[in-house]
Design a protein around this ligand. Structure first.
Ligand code: NDP
Length: 491
């Protein structure tokens, strides 16, 4: 053990003579303003908290690596995917969505599944969830949707009426609602869940040939979930159970692993596919688009400072590298703006320079200054472009393939012929077991039972449209009259 005492300093590095007694006028007199160390300490303490994330406030993180296991050159020129066996360092953050920073890990909620890979071409972020679909498919609805999952502005209470009011008026949510209220809505831990890109992305090769890709991280620990009753107990007994589980598993060398797969759709197939491939309320059924293995992710290092390593970690689906580009998924398009914007607000204009966010490659551009500028890689270059003084220049090989679009700019309602009930119907009828269905109905009844009758009725209609049995069982559980439901369906 190092017995040599480390010296305490002020934040400006000067030695501190005493950290127990403020400077006072005499032994019992008032404190003197000249106690710079005291003021430095109190003032910094007042500023220790930054705004919590508006969504995904409660989270846990870890470091690790991604390793390529299959040849992908045909599909993408991304350098980190260029060679079997190649490893890329990464940071991960798992989270719940609606709760505040101190909320319980066992809440029924989708889980955020965000990965930042420090590639040699800049940072590539995968910002997915543990569910393959989402509640809405237009970013214009997002703030309203999130308001309903948070607190009532008057009472400051979570409100089952606003929760179900919005969902029952938003039929496209029914697929995600069915997954959320299955036991997958309460994963046993962050290690026991999958991560899905939800959105499709464009992967393109050196010849600018592209395909559409969805990405799946499948847990090697196996899917394990909590029942509603187990989750209720855990919320009180150990609100940080998933944070603890992740940390302890890594500490004991039981490194959590996910096998990574992609689904691939050609642009030609996308034009005629029976589901809109860019609608995030839909999956691409495996029967049509099988999973193709690409690599694995291993988490093998815990954060040493939660704030700098996890709280300040800023992920964005807009952090893309050559070989990967966005799709026209409307929700993705909204997120390309929202995530970077949220980080600028929460962490400041220079958030990309914070150690956990900083790319491992040199960043050279014409952005200058701003609050908390940490460093300069400018090499004396001017702060404007074009210039004749050796400043960095764009590289046209980094351009995305051009995307064919047509039509007039307008606000279009969703017009794709396929209905929103088919996929949840498959999930309810074919994928779920009897036990899954029992738990699903119980979980819904327990929550929806707290909403007003008229809202319950409207939501039951949606369950009924997925499958009459599904709607009838929820109605029975709530003591509602199924004939009343049928009458409202015929109206
Ligand atoms: P498959 O039978 O090929 O796939 C079913 C999928 O459902 C599996 O990936 C399984 O995930 C997952 N699953 C199992 N139990 C549940 C549950 N309680 N809640 C949510 N997902 C569950 O069928 P399809 O590909 O045709 O998909 C059928 C339905 O399965 C979809 O409509 C969708 O609701 C759901 N699903 C589909 C996914 C896809 O990408 N195609 C991904 C996840 C769910 P796992 O193997 O990881 O346990």
């Amino acid at each position: 053990m190092n017995t040599k005492k480390k010296k305490l300093t002020t934040s400006f590095g000067a030695p501190v003579d005493d950290d127990q007694n403020s400077i006072t006028a005499g032994t019992t007199g008032p404190v003197l303003l000249q106690d710079v160390h005291l003021i430095d300490k109190l003032a910094h303490f007042n500023r220790e908290r930054i705004p919590e994330r508006i969504v995904h406030a409660k989270g846990a993180g870890a470091f690790g690596y991604f390793e390529v296991t299959h040849d992908l050159i045909k599909y993408t020129k991304a350098k980190f995917l260029s060679e079997v066996g190649k490893r890329t360092e990464l940071v991960v953050r798992f989270s719940t969505v609606g709760g505040e920073k101190g909320s319980a890990d066992a809440e029924r909620d989708p889980r955020g599944f965000a990965v930042k890979l420090y590639t040699e071409e800049g940072n590539y972020d995968f910002v997915g969830n543990n569910t393959p679909v989402f509640f809405i498919r237009d970013p214009l609805k997002f703030p309203d949707f999130i308001h309903t999952q948070k607190r009532d502005p008057a009472t400051n209470l979570k409100d089952p009426d606003m929760f179900w009011d919005f969902l029952s008026l938003t039929p496209e949510s029914i697929h995600q609602v069915t997954i959320l209220f299955s036991d997958r809505g309460t994963p046993k831990s962050h290690r026991h869940m999958n991560g899905y890109s939800g959105h499709s992305f464009m992967w393109y090769n050196e010849k600018e040939e592209y395909v559409w890709v969805k990405i799946h991280f499948k847990t090697a620990q196996g899917i394990q979930n909590l029942t509603r009753q187990e989750a209720e107990i855990l919320k009180g007994r150990d609100p940080d159970h998933a944070t603890r589980d992740l940390y302890e598993a890594i500490e004991r060398g039981d490194y959590p692993t996910w096998n990574v797969f992609i689904q691939i759709m050609t642009p030609e197939e996308a034009e005629t596919y029976r589901f809109n491939p860019f609608d995030i309320t839909k999956v691409w059924p495996h029967g049509d688009y099988p999973l193709k293995p690409v690599g694995k992710m291993v988490l093998n290092r815990n954060p040493t400072n939660y704030f700098t390593d996890v709280e300040q970690a800023a992920f964005s689906p807009g952090n893309l590298v050559p070989g990967i580009a966005p799709s026209p998924d409307k929700m993705l398009q909204g997120r390309l703006f929202s995530y970077h914007d949220a980080h600028r607000y929460r962490l400041g204009a220079n958030f990309q320079q914070l150690p956990v966010n900083a790319p491992k490659v040199k960043v050279l551009n014409y952005q200058r200054d701003g609050f908390m500028r940490l460093k300069s890689d400018f090499e004396g270059a001017p702060n404007y472009y074009p210039n004749t003084f050796g400043g960095p220049a764009p590289d046209s090989t980094a351009k995305w393939p051009s995307l064919k679009v047509s039509g007039k700019g307008a606000r279009y309602a969703y017009t794709h012929p396929n209905d929103d009930f088919e996929q949840p119907r498959t999930l309810y009828r074919k994928v779920m077991t009897d036990v899954d269905r029992d738990h699903l109905i119980g979980n819904i009844v327990d929550h929806l039972g707290h909403a007003k009758k008229e809202i319950q009725l409207r939501q039951i209609v949606l369950f009924y449209k997925v499958d009459p049995e599904y709607g009838t069982r929820v109605a029975d559980g709530l003591g509602m009259d199924i004939e009343e439901i049928k009458r409202s369906l015929n109206q």
